[in-house]
Design a protein around this ligand. Sequence first.
Ligand SMILES: [Zn+2]
Length: 620
Amino acid sequence: MSSDSSAETNILPKKDMHLRKYSLYPLFLTALLLFSSCLFAQQAKIHFTVSMQPEQKCFLVKMRYRSNGKKDVLFKMPAWTPGYYQIMRYADQVQQFTATDTQGQSLLTEKKGDNGWIVHNNGADIEIQYQVKATRKFVAANFIDQTMAYLSPAGIFLHPDGEIKQQVLVDILPFAGWNKVATGLDLVQGSNTTYTASDYDVLYDSPFLLGANLEELPSFSVKGKAHHFIAYQPGDFDRNLLMQDIQKVVTAASDIIGDIPYEHYSFLAIGPGGGGIEHLNSTSISFSGQGLNNRAARNRMYHFLAHEYFHHYNVKRIRPVELGPFDYDKGSKTKSLWVSEGLNVYYENLILKRAGLITDEEVLTTVQQQIAAYEAKPGRLFQTLAASSYETWMDGPFGRTGDEVNKTISYYDKGPVVGVLLDFRIRHATGNKKSLDDVMRRLYYEYYKKKGRGFTEEELKKEIEWVSGQKMDDFFEYIYTLKPLDYKTYLAYAGISIDLTPKKVPNFTGLTVTVRNDSLFAGNIEWQSPAWEAGIRRQQHIMEINGVKMRSLADFQQLQQQWKTGEQISIRTWVAGTMNNALFTIGEKEERSYQLSIDATASDLAKQIRVGWLNGTVDK
Ligand SMILES: [Zn+2]
């Protein structure tokens, strides 16, 4: 694959250079270029200029708006950014907001709601200036220091109310000595600082990474499309190997859908950290190459990269109808993030296998871990998969925290588990002639390509039923109800056995503790454990256990080491000004391994389903 990659680049020098110019451009100005960009600028209705203020940890933003006589114009900052389904309150980071007309005369401005400003212009064209604080290095936030800047565009650029479809020009002026700007946006022809976005949806989907020593890793092409990886402080690792492997990921992922819809794609790596956000032709990722020579760490990073890459299909193009047009003020709620995020986690695993980067055993181990992670949380008995999607705006990206019992689940946990069951169900129902891949392709070609929109919940079910050739009401209970997942039946479709035998773990109390100021407090109390049933809850002050005063972790551990199933424990706690006594018996815990194994006695069809699933094939 490595030699193929360089050959592809070499036989397409012109095209590759052309594309590289857009995504990563060395900055040199000539009078001619500057002149032509000014000409273009004069024609634009909305034109931004963003300059860097690293000492103040700010971006300085200037916006020119041709009003065409419109009065009292309302400008708004989105409250969130697509891909990160949380209210971010970007407008809170805006300061020093002023507006003038084109003659420099001050205009009256007025804050409107949480994220808007009205400019009283009396019909004149408007020039707005403001600073954006940029102190959080995170893919959904803004950051600047002396060495680099990351612009999360929904938190930078104001839009005139009702004009989301307006074309926008953006001049990015790097700090002195910074040599590179990386973004998915295209440069205006003839300019090297002015980028164009066909509308605000595209602009808000196109972050910028710029800095002094950004590194471009070796590019590659897949199906004639250039792929770039631009990184800030990526660390010490084998650049060529990583890029060869990412090329395999891109090839395997794009083989599932069979079409690459963009002209060029960029991975924008903002440095070590956590998280990634997908865009139409780029992804912003936290990245460090350190540790890639450790198999487990490498697999985690590859899962992450495959996930972010596959999102350019799944969620950016194959999407629930609610995710576009976006409600930038309130957020766009959908019950289908189990598809957009959950199935994306499911596909990471398959893409890496089909790319030849992980083994069959590693695929099964990941499925097993996903099942165990989901089954470990009591939230599965309280919140449906559809609700976890809809309520993520209130609950947080991975479910709610701080409850006595975990009453929420994460679509990142249950989604991939439902994905594997659904895929096996479709393969079984069709005699291994169709798979979940067919559903994804149908959603891509019928909805994104033909209809130019997302799918409704009803349409999603209809398409799954169409591909499967059977009703799926019973399956959709896994999405909309709390029905327990029938692993045995579904995994058997692919000749895979699961060990559901409960094993008894002795000496179980469910009690954990923390120490604060020489006092012992209850930590997490496992739901329905002996300690839970006796009324012990998180944060309760534990005074004594079995008559022994508790002042340190050592006091507790000394006792705990001797505990045996069947023994009585008495705990004195101090709760809200009263002393309580709790009494319980040390018990046993039931645990399941969810170990997966290949069933050698399974039918030929089941075997074919497993092989087809792992290799991305179906039977004719
Ligand atoms: Zn994701």
